[in-house]
Design a protein around this ligand. Structure first.
Ligand code: FAD
Length: 482
């Protein structure tokens, strides 16, 4: 994906009237709503974390439960807790197991590409371990996911990646089951046009419940101070300290200033507002998801036993999970049906209102018919229902939007911001954060606590180096010239 860095203005701040996702609609009784651990802001702390999505929450958790944990951690959030992309995503924790390998290899070479793919699977294990250890009630389901291609163009692309991964020694045995027989792929996936499918381990969960549990644990047991509705408007340092290893950061909010030894930007799509060097390096982009009540043939014993992502053409795809707890299907994607895909990239409006820069009515319409379009027997009468019409309350329930942070090389920025001692970033998750953030946060917490990069297990390519930022800007220029 290439775009002109100069054409993206500062993302600004999260809009003031965000819509409620399926997850947020169902957690209005949370004690975190409007939470402020202390009435006013502390004048100084060891670490300030900006942002309370999964990146902020997991970083706080690993910092406060790890070695050399800081004495005081303050989290500043512009909105309610977990009210950004994490609170409005697809609930899919689904690693890349071979998908994307080909592209990563072209950019980073074989060794690094293998490391990036392996990192996702390690994250799935870490998420499982974390949820079990802390007994987090977040509707966590661990099973498998289908990667299904609906035409030959998409199938050829996936097979290229699969073959390259296999030839380079990537772990396929016992992890990926590839089916290239289209009849078998159709039978397995129940998808009318399946050309091939591959299955592999993946999970689904209720993202808000995961994050709110982590935050509540950090507040009640480890002394985290969470301040919602406190946007950070500037982060600076006095001229005397910027060159020192122990710079004192000044964090400005409408409620006052806080001094901190270290500051973590867990601000995903909005990072460039506070760190202008990320302008064009992390670009916001809107996503849309829907909750769908299944028909009888996809309920009860007919529920899907795997999550899935299905693709067609050059790069069109949707993804879905079916929640074991209530059968609700969460479907995301639909970009192919957007008349103005350009409005999606660069957009920071997650108010959910239709209209310019808002929720796209065409995607909403697409969600209403997507299950029937792709999945065989969606309307099949296995009860007393007949014909094509859905019962009242069945099918499309609601849809919403959220804002992601995209990078040009399709990997996040994690680590110390080069040239800014004490400033760390964990952002730019490219719509794939649930599959990576826990491991990124664990690694970042080690760095913040004084560990070395090699302790973190983070792929070298994730580092927010000046060179990486220059390179991606250069890639843009070259592509514009070509
Ligand atoms: C519609 C949609 C569907 C998705 N589906 C999936 C999926 O199924 N699987 C998957 O892996 N990923 C998915 N993603 C991506 C995933 O949600 C993100 O990668 C992940 O949640 C990013 O987490 P985060 O904590 O870094 O960012 P966020 O959750 O966006 O958190 C950033 C926080 O920073 C706050 N903030 C920003 N600026 C400031 C400031 N100046 N001061 C104070 N606070 C500030 C924001 O309010 C926000 O709460 C989806 C995203 C969307 C939008």
């Amino acid at each position: 994906m290439y775009y002109a860095a100069e054409s993206y203005p500062s993302p600004g701040y999260p809009v003031k009237d965000p819509c409620l996702s399926f997850w947020l609609q169902n957690t209005r009784s949370s004690s975190l709503v409007g939470h402020r651990t202390t009435e006013s802001l502390p004048p100084s702390v060891d670490v300030v974390i900006i942002g309370s999505g999964l990146s902020g929450a997991a970083t706080a958790y690993y910092l406060l439960t790890g070695l050399n944990s800081p004495k005081s951690v303050l989290m500043l959030e512009a909105r309610e807790a977990c009210d950004g992309a994490t609170g409005r995503n697809g609930g899919h924790c689904r690693p890349y197991v071979f998908q994307g390998y080909h592209e990563y290899k072209k950019i980073f070479g074989k060794e690094e590409a293998l490391k990036i793919i392996a990192f996702d699977m390690a994250n799935l294990h870490l998420m499982t371990e974390l949820i079990e250890k802390e007994q987090i009630d977040c509707d966590f389901w661990l099973g498998e996911s289908f990667e299904t291609c609906l035409d030959q163009e998409a199938a050829d692309k996936k097979l290229d990646s699969y073959q390259a991964f296999k030839e380079d020694g990537g772990p396929i045995e016992g992890v990926v089951k590839m089916t290239t027989d289209s009849d078998e792929a159709k039978r397995l996936t129940r998808m009318r046009n399946a050309v091939l499918t591959a299955s592999f381990p993946a999970a689904s969960l209720f993202p808000y419940k995961l994050v709110s549990h982590l935050l509540q644990l950090c507040i009640s047991k480890f002394g985290l101070n969470l301040q919602t509705h406190t946007p950070v408007t500037a982060v600076g340092t006095s001229a005397q300290t910027i060159t020192k290893a122990d710079a004192q950061w000044i964090i400005t909010t409408p409620r006052g200033k806080v001094m901190a030894n270290k500051v973590v930007f867990a601000t995903n799509a909005y990072t460039a507002t506070l760190l202008p060097e990320f302008l064009g390096n992390i670009v916001p982009g809107q996503g849309q998801c829907a909750a769908i009540v299944p028909t009888p043939s996809y309920s009860g014993k007919g529920m899907m036993d795997k999550t899935c992502c299905y693709s067609w053409g050059k790069d069109n795809f949707d993804y879905l999970i079916q929640r074991p707890k209530d059968g609700i299907i969460i479907l995301g994607g639909g970009k192919d049906s957007s008349p103005s895909p350009g409005a999606i990239l660069g957009c920071t409006n997650d108010s959910g209102r239709p209209g310019e820069g808002g929720k796209q009515a065409e995607i909403t319409e697409y969600f209403k018919s997507a299950m029937d379009k792709y999945f065989g027997g969606w309307h099949a009468p296995n009860s007393d229902q007949s014909g094509d019409s859905l019962r009242s309350g069945e099918g499309f329930l609601y849809d919403w939007t959220g804002i992601m942070g995209f990078t040009r090389d399709n990997i996040p920025f994690v680590g110390n911001v080069e040239g800014k001692p004490g400033a760390y970033v964990i952002a730019g998750h490219c719509g794939h954060g649930m599959a990576r953030i826990a491991s990124c946060a664990k690694g970042l917490a080690m760095l913040i606590s004084g560990g070395s990069w090699s302790d973190t297990n983070l792929p070298e390519s994730f580092r927010p180096t000046k060179k990486r930022m220059r390179q991606t800007s250069q890639t843009t220029k070259n592509n514009e010239e070509n």
